[in-house]
Write a protein that binds this ligand. Sequence first.
Ligand SMILES: NCc1[nH]cc(CCC(=O)O)c1CC(=O)O
Length: 328
Amino acid sequence: MTALRLGTRRSRLALTQSGTVADALRALGHEVETVEIVTEGDRSTAALDQIGGTGVFASALRTALREKQIDFAVHSLKDLPTAAESGLTIAAVPVREDVRDVLVARDGLTLGELPRGARVGTGSPRREAQLHALGLGLDVVPVRGNVETRLRLVESGAVDAVVLARAGLLRLGLSDAATEVLDPIQILPAAGQGALAVECRADDADLRSLLLALEDADTRACVRAERAVLRELEAGCIAPVGVLAEVVEGFDAAELSIRAFVGARDGSLELRRSLTGDLGDPEGAGIRLARLLIDDGADVVREVRPAPSHRPSESPSTAQTDTPETLQ
Ligand SMILES: NCc1[nH]cc(CCC(=O)O)c1CC(=O)O
């Protein structure tokens, strides 16, 4: 049997994540070979919104998939755009790692202990908006680079703190660097945070059924709901939107509980909504939540440029941005 070729970005986080997936497949008796692919998101130090925003990390892997240089790819789900990729499919969503953000601050400080005016580094509009919304008088400064680079900014004193995904730190064995785990009530994570997407060509039926062994149904339902919120808001994965879906026990069946935040980067807008929905219809629950937020004024986060003031479902001119999701 020829080895399955697994495409991965070459950052230490990406290599660790794809290594975990490769090991799980090997444990099932499959032969896996990893192929490193350089993406523009790795090459460039420009702010994410200047190098094409959504999807910069995924596009080189997807090209390699289409050109059959690799058989499947592992992505951080939160870095994947919500639009479907024709010819490709998310064959598996493995069980999710911790969804929360953490603070890594100098001198072991927590958010509440940082003085007003403390410099908190993040390149994420979602984190920036929610940090400002906390009303602690923090000075949010833009930073970029991989997890290790951002940790060094705290060590060197360039910033007082950074906010990172706990999942990334855990996967790198660096979770001790965190000085506080941020409760979702303070900072809601990005859609898909902590989850991986295992993607392959849609017509590769044998590989698809093999990869299904990695699937976690609850994680899939949660990320489907979270991404439906983003898609209905037309927000893109770098918008100031936090959203978290969780499977909870309802009266007679498990349900989806979803909470979302939509804000402005400077903290001048802060919208929050939550609801519970049917676990069997994650998109429906996500869309309902997004519509509540839109009624509250969340259309300010729309990514589409010629923005009419009504909803996409009523606007044929934006219909092409509404390609349905591959995550079903
Ligand atoms: N945006 C970059 C990115 N993509 C995935 C992770 C961490 C792992 C995850 O959230 O799944 C990170 C780093 C971070 O946000 O701190």
